[in-house]
Structure formats: structure tokens, C-alpha cells
Ligand binder design. Structure first.
Ligand code: ADP
Ligand code: MG
Length: 463
């Protein structure tokens, strides 16, 4: 009996492809396997081709066994699969043929990196913002983990955690840190390819590729990237096709040991409309959350930004601002800009009074005429204690902590002074209030559940 296998004709190949599609599912088939062409059979060796090296590598690491099984069903003698890269003109790209016998050493497969073929166009990512560098990022308790992790990525030769997932509310510095990573790597290792883009841009590119039936090129664009940063991935929620694509791109890059940095406004497990396996993949590296700013951090940021602008702002005014403009750093910058612009225009020194005048609306937003009594009532309800405990001398933790929360809220959402607040809490001293504010800020940074709780109370009061 001859060991020669009969060649496969067009309709047989089509049938095999249908089987393959059933095996891997429509999406994966469309994304990865549709472009497979049949080339030849020689003894026990099947040769297939794809248009790009990236596709070849991808198929090699994910679908070899499935493809082989299907050929084996067709003829048991077929047990070696060879996938070659054929450019569109049908020419085999030199050095790209590879025998795929059994389980492959993935690492070897993926170590091959080449600059031939179409690399990603320069406009694929977004340009880095020159204002956002590590040097002008002010570090404090709420962001120290994120900052350290971001720096680590620029130092590491090897990938230590993948992905780095940065999350936190708006205006707290996620985009700043990602840009800073980009700049630092450009400085340390200019040969490393760093791509920064928003999740929206990623989506846009993908949808465009789909429209032009060019997902292969889309995938290829990623293959020479060393560090991929995608900002605001919460926008991927609910967009199934993009998620699928994102997931595959993600896996491919992780397997190739490339660094990925992701940001979002929520933790991976809280991302809405995102598939479970993608969520768990996103949370599989280091998760670093950026907490809301503390008074100390705000003061540090105000000082730094004032210095940068070369304007003299009295410490008392900076302290005042740090107590009042609390929502996020972007708003703080806005407040400072207005104050400086005003002072320059009218040529008067900046005082607390001018700040109050110029920033009236911003300050009022936080004031909203919330009374201390109302805060006490809400907080007591929330923690299920009696309102009288807000004034009582009792010091047991179960009432003292809620009381401190109420003092903290009184300080952050009203414009009452420390002594005024103290008086409303059973005639306590202003240092007691100050201590409470410090204590709560501290707890907020170390205990995220507690932080959420207090933030929730704050929002309830402000709306
Ligand atoms: P996010 O992406 O988290 O919404 P951004 O990174 O855009 O926030 O930050 C908003 C603004 O606040 C930017 O101008 C940024 O430079 C500034 N900023 C945020 N955090 C800091 C910080 N720790 N030190 C200095 N500037 C900061
Ligand atoms: Mg941002």
C-alpha cells in the first residue's frame, strides 16, 4: 500500500473548513482561521498557508491540534501540519515555513520577531501628552501604589506583572501615569515600541478593520509592540465583537511576554458588560487603585502646581483650597488656573477672600447649604446609632467612629470651621475634630470598603 495520500480537492477543503468552524466557533473562525488556504499534501505532511506571520504564529499556538485532528479524520496518515506565510501575491515569504509536529514550544514560536512586512502605522496609537511625566506627578498615600507600579514597568527588563490594571475615579491621574510610563520608556529604551491609545480608539480601529475585512492587518499591527497601554477600558463594556478581539490581542501579547497596561474607572470585577473571562484576565496581573485625594495630597499638588506656574500663593490659601476643592485633581487645576488668571489680571495678591470670591461657584457646589444637623442625622441612620450619640461623651468604637465620620463629612461638605464643628458635636474641641478628619482620611486610604461607604454618604448628602 502506498503511503501517498490523495490530494484534497476544493470541495473537500471547504468541508474541512466547515468542520473547523464548528469546532472553534464562528468568531474565532472569522478572526483567525478564515484566511487559511490549502496548499499541498506530501506524504504525511499537510501544508496550509496564511497571509501574515502574525496569523501563522497565532494559529500555531492555538489551533494546531484542532486542525490536525480534522485532517486525521480525513486521513489518519496525515500527522504533520506545516503552515507557511504567503503574501497576497502567493509568494512564500522566506524563512517563515515551520513544521508543527505535536505540541510546540510556544516560547520558541513567539520569540521570533521580525520587522519585515507591515508594521503598525505611526498613527496607530495616540501621541503622548508632554505635560504628563513622572517628574510632575505628586505622590501621596492614595496613589503611591499606582505610581510605584507604573515606575516599575519602565525599569523592568522582564515583565513582572501583566497586565498592570490602574483604576480610580475621574481626574485622579490614570492618564497622567500612563503617559508618564510612555515617556520614561522612550527615554530609557528608545528602541522599545510603546503604544498608548484609548479603548475607544482601539474599538474604532477594530470596527474599521472589520468594515474593510482587514482584521488580519489589525492584528498584525500589534505584533511588534513591546508595551501596549489602553486607557479607559470601561468603554469596551457591552461591545461583544471588540471584547472578543481585545481578549485575543491581549492573550497573544501576554504570551509573547509583552507588557500591557490598562486603566478603567472601576476594578476588573466591577466592569459592567464585560465578559467574565475577560474580567478575570484583566485582573490577573497587578491591580493598583488610585484612591480619592486626601487633604495632604491635595496640598502637595496645589503647592507643586503653584510653583510650576511661578506664582506666589500664601500657604493659608493653599490650605483653604485643599479643604474646599476636593472632588478631583482636574477640578483643582481648574480652580488654580482661575485664581492665577484673576490675580494676574487685577494685579492683587491672592488671599482667602479673593479665592472665595473668584471660586464662589465651585465652593458653593461643595457647600450646598448642607447643615451639620443633617449630616449627623444621615450618618446616625446609616450606622444605626442614635442621633444623641453625636453629642454624647461616649467613646466606645461603635459610636465614636460614626461620630468621626460625621465630623469628617462636616469638614468636607460644609464651609464650617473646625471650632464651629466641634461645638455642634457636644462642645468638643477643634483639635478633636481635626483628629477625626485625619483619622477618617487615613482609614479611607487603607480600607476601600470603608472608603466606598464614606463616599456614598458624601454623595447622598450632596445630591
Ligand atoms: P484620569 O485619567 O484618572 O481621569 P488624569 O490623568 O487625566 O485623570 O488627571 C487629571 C489632571 O490632574 C491632569 O491634568 C493630571 O496631570 C492631573 N493630576 C492627577 N493626579 C495628579 C498628581 N498626583 N500630581 C499631579 N497632577 C495630577
Ligand atoms: Mg483619563
Amino acid at each position: 500500500m502506498s503511503d501517498q495520500v490523495a490530494p484534497i480537492n476544493e470541495s473537500q477543503w471547504e468541508k474541512l473548513k466547515v468542520k473547523l468552524k464548528k469546532q472553534v466557533g464562528d468568531t474565532a473562525y472569522k478572526n483567525w482561521l478564515k484566511q487559511l488556504s490549502f496548499n499541498s499534501i506530501d506524504k504525511n505532511v499537510i501544508t496550509l498557508s496564511v497571509p501574515t506571520k502574525f496569523l501563522r504564529d497565532w494559529i500555531a499556538s492555538h489551533y494546531v491540534e484542532k486542525i490536525k485532528l480534522i485532517f486525521k479524520e480525513f486521513d489518519p496518515k496525515l500527522d504533520v501540519l506545516k503552515i507557511v506565510v504567503k503574501s497576497n501575491g502567493g509568494r512564500i515569504v522566506p524563512g517563515t515555513a515551520r513544521l508543527l509536529t505535536g505540541v510546540q514550544n510556544k516560547k520558541r514560536q513567539f520569540d521570533v520577531r521580525s520587522n519585515q512586512g507591515n508594521s503598525y502605522p505611526e498613527d496607530f496609537g495616540a501621541p503622548l501628552d508632554p505635560r504628563y511625566k513622572f517628574e510632575n506627578f505628586v505622590v501621596g498615600k492614595p496613589n503611591e501604589l499606582a505610581f510605584a507600579a507604573a515606575q516599575r514597568i519602565t525599569e523592568a527588563e522582564k515583565v513582572t506583572f501583566n497586565p498592570l490594571f490602574l483604576y480610580g475615579g475621574v481626574g485622579l491621574g490614570k492618564t497622567h501615569l500612563m503617559n508618564a510610563i510612555g515617556w520614561q520608556i522612550k527615554k530609557n529604551n528608545p528602541e522599545r515600541k510603546v503604544i498608548y491609545l484609548s479603548a475607544e480608539k482601539f474599538m474604532y480601529q477594530f470596527v474599521r478593520a472589520l468594515r474593510y475585512k482587514d482584521t488580519a492587518t489589525f492584528k498584525d499591527q500589534f505584533r511588534s509592540i513591546d508595551v501596549l497601554m489602553i486607557d479607559d477600558v470601561q468603554f469596551i463594556g457591552g461591545k461583544e465583537n471588540t471584547q472578543e478581539e481585545f481578549f485575543h490581542t491581549f492573550n497573544a501579547l501576554v504570551e509573547q511576554n509583552r507588557q500591557i497596561v490598562i486603566s478603567a474607572d472601576k476594578s476588573p470585577s466591577d466592569l459592567e458588560g464585560v465578559e467574565e473571562r475577560l474580567r478575570s484576565r484583566l485582573g490577573g496581573g497587578l491591580i493598583a487603585d488610585i484612591h480619592p485625594t486626601t487633604y495632604e495630597l491635595r496640598l502637595g499638588i496645589f503647592m507643586e502646581k503653584a510653583k510650576k506656574r511661578g506664582v506666589e500663593i500664601p500657604p493659608k490659601v493653599l490650605e483653604f483650597l485643599s479643604h474646599k476643592i476636593i472632588s478631583n485633581v482636574r477640578e483643582m487645576e481648574g480652580a488654580l488656573n482661575r485664581l492665577v488668571a484673576h490675580a494676574t489680571l487685577v494685579g492683587r495678591p491672592i488671599t482667602i477672600e479673593t479665592a472665595q470670591e473668584v471660586l464662589q461657584d465651585m465652593l458653593r457646589a461643595h457647600d450646598k447649604k448642607i447643615t451639620i444637623e443633617e449630616i449627623q442625622k444621615r450618618v446616625a441612620e446609616h450606622y444605626n446609632i442614635r442621633i444623641t450619640d453625636m453629642h454624647s461623651p461616649r467613646r466606645s468604637r461603635s459610636v465614636a467612629r460614626p461620630r468621626q465620620v460625621a465630623m469628617y463629612l462636616a469638614k468636607s461638605v460644609t464651609s464650617r470651621s473646625l471650632p464651629e464643628i466641634g461645638r455642634k458635636f457636644g462642645g468638643r474641641d477643634h483639635t478633636t475634630v481635626m483628629h477625626a478628619v485625619k483619622k477618617i482620611e487615613e482609614l479611607k486610604t487603607v480600607d476601600s470598603l470603608f472608603n466606598d461607604d464614606v463616599e456614598l454618604l458624601k454623595r447622598m448628602l450632596e445630591t
